[in-house]
Design a protein around this ligand. Structure first.
Ligand code: CU1
Length: 526
């Protein structure tokens, strides 16, 4: 190995740049994990403010606050920022923190790639948010970027395409790193079928990412060449087909849904055993259910496009394959409930969030089943029912799962207990706010209110007012979350090694728990 000049200046055993350099040049999985977590929280706030602009405009009928074009920019960018900036990076941050420790590895397999994966994100999202200030504004045709609208708009779309490419490269590199770490760096005795569920769900998620993100990259590259280089992939006038974009996009888009939810499933599969003081029920069936969901996620994509005029055989295939997903999902929900059954349960904040995730995700699952039924979907398509559905999945499943993880592991990360009373208040405010926001949207959608439209007719007023009020409560409650986290970082009651009464989830999922690998800091091998 050739030593660099920097190595000569620094300690030979360990490389610890200080100040900003610690973060810029970090190859340490914990520091990189921390950066991912803070980055995703910032995006959560920015994306949340955009949602509040949308909800404020929809508080009552008639246009009052923003122009329709700005409204459309807000819906589009809220989605892109929440999905790619908040929901995905928060779980990459959790993966960075937890996976090496859970499998007994000193760090991620490819630490420098890890640094690059993170540092691609701030410029990517500066570009995406910056597109708001470009001539013509940010993309406004929805996060799905369907042509022909996405071909005809201004340079904001090009900025977004470049941003999406950078985000995609970041995700692919992060996934390669996670796969390499899990497959090559497990401690002796850490058999694959002994791995904690969070590690399993991330291994499968990483495979979903490396298979689906390049498809998204292909779709947006074809958009780019249609826009600037004379191709007509999606232009009917030139022999292309705009519907082909939808097929390619959703071949990425549906696995993306499982990319967002599977790591959250992994978290609650560890938290529920911990606070039930019982081993996880049906460990191997959990692993196979996750794998089955991942496989099925690639053969259901056109359930987003029932209304484009597919042949009947296509409609039926995508309907039945989609409904099939409820079987492995049902296995998982059964196992979580069976784990709690007759357990000596306690309800600290992480457990509240885990149960909340099971409950709220199930509501999203059931409305998903309703949407999967082709003839019914002709009624629901592009209504607020769809908006209600995926917010139960993404907020009720993914984001509550991330909160669950943060409360569960924060004592391990900071060495301090968070304020349990405030944590519980945060949970109830979030869950109540979330339900007031999104539950009425089911009724609005069923009554025919279209999504992505800044105005509506009078009969939708009351439910929209409720929804906006709930959104305000939900948004404000997150200030409390920030306060709780800051308070735990600054100090507070010391957390013990076995912070949750020795009922650490990992031990309970393993026949023979590997000592010390769980949460103690491994020596940094250099
Ligand atoms: Cu889907």
């Amino acid at each position: 190995m050739t030593a660099t000049t920097a190595d000569h200046h620094d300690d030979h055993h360990d490389h610890h740049p200080s100040g900003i350099g610690r973060w810029l040049f970090s190859t340490n999985h914990k520091d990189i994990g921390t950066m991912y977590l803070w980055f995703s929280f910032c995006m959560f706030i920015i994306g949340g403010l955009m949602a509040l602009i949308v909800r404020a405009e929809l508080f009552m009928p008639g246009l009052q606050l923003v122009t329709p074009h700005f409204f459309n920019q807000m819906t589009t960018n809220h989605a892109l920022i929440m999905i790619f900036g908040a929901a995905m990076p928060v779980f990459v941050g959790l993966a960075n923190w937890q996976i090496p420790m859970m499998i007994g590895a000193p760090d991620m397999a490819l630490p420098r790639l890890n640094n690059w994966s993170f540092w691609l994100l701030p410029p990517a999202f500066t570009l995406l948010i910056g597109s708001l200030f470009s001539p013509g504004g940010a993309p406004a045709g929805g996060w799905t970027m369907y042509p022909p609208l996405s071909i005809q708009t201004g340079m904001g779309m090009d900025m977004a395409i470049l941003a999406m490419h950078m985000m995609g490269i970041s995700s692919i590199m992060g996934s390669i790193n996670i796969i390499a770490t899990i497959l090559n760096m497990r401690a002796p005795g850490m058999h694959l079928m002994k791995m904690p569920m969070f590690v399993w769900t991330w291994l499968i998620t990483a495979f979903l990412l490396v298979t689906s993100i390049p498809v998204l990259a292909g779709a947006i590259t074809m958009l780019l060449t249609d826009r600037h280089f004379g191709t007509q992939f999606f232009d009917a006038a030139g022999g292309g087909d705009p519907v082909m974009f939808q097929h390619i996009f959703w071949f990425f888009g549906h696995p993306e849904v499982y990319i967002l939810i599977l790591p959250a499933f992994g978290v609650i599969s560890q938290v529920i055993p911990t606070f039930s003081r019982k081993p996880l029920f049906g460990y191997s069936s959990m692993v196979f259910a996750v794998a089955a969901i991942a496989f099925l996620s690639f053969i259901v994509w056109a359930h987003h496009m029932y209304t484009v005029g597919m042949p009947l055989a296509g409609e039926l295939f995508f309907m039945y394959s989609t409904m099939l997903i409820s079987i492995p999902t049902g296995v998982k929900i059964f196992n979580w409930v069976a784990t709690m059954w007759r357990g000596s349960m306690t309800f600290e904040t992480p457990m509240l969030y885990a149960i909340g995730t099971v409950f709220l995700f199930s509501i999203g699952g059931f409305s998903g089943l309703m949407l999967a039924i082709t003839p019914s979907d002709f009624q629901y398509h592009d209504t607020y029912f769809v908006v209600a559905h995926f917010h139960y999945v993404i907020f009720g499943g993914t984001i509550t799962g991330a909160f669950c993880a943060v409360y569960y592991w924060l004592p391990k990360w900071t060495g301090h207990m968070y304020d349990e009373k405030l944590g519980k208040i945060h949970f109830w405010l979030t869950v109540i706010g979330m339900n007031i926001t999104f539950f009425p949207q089911h009724f609005l959608g069923l009554a025919g209110m279209p999504r992505r439209i800044p105005d509506y007719s009078l009969q939708f007023t009351e439910f929209n007012m409720m929804s906006t009020g709930g959104a305000l409560l939900l948004g404000l409650s997150q200030i409390l979350f920030l306060y709780i986290v800051m308070k735990a970082i600054k100090g507070g009651e010391k957390a013990t090694d076995q912070v949750w009464d020795g009922a650490e989830g990992l031990e309970w999922t393993l026949p023979s728990p590997p000592p010390a690998h769980t949460f103690t800091t491994p020596p940094l091998v250099k």
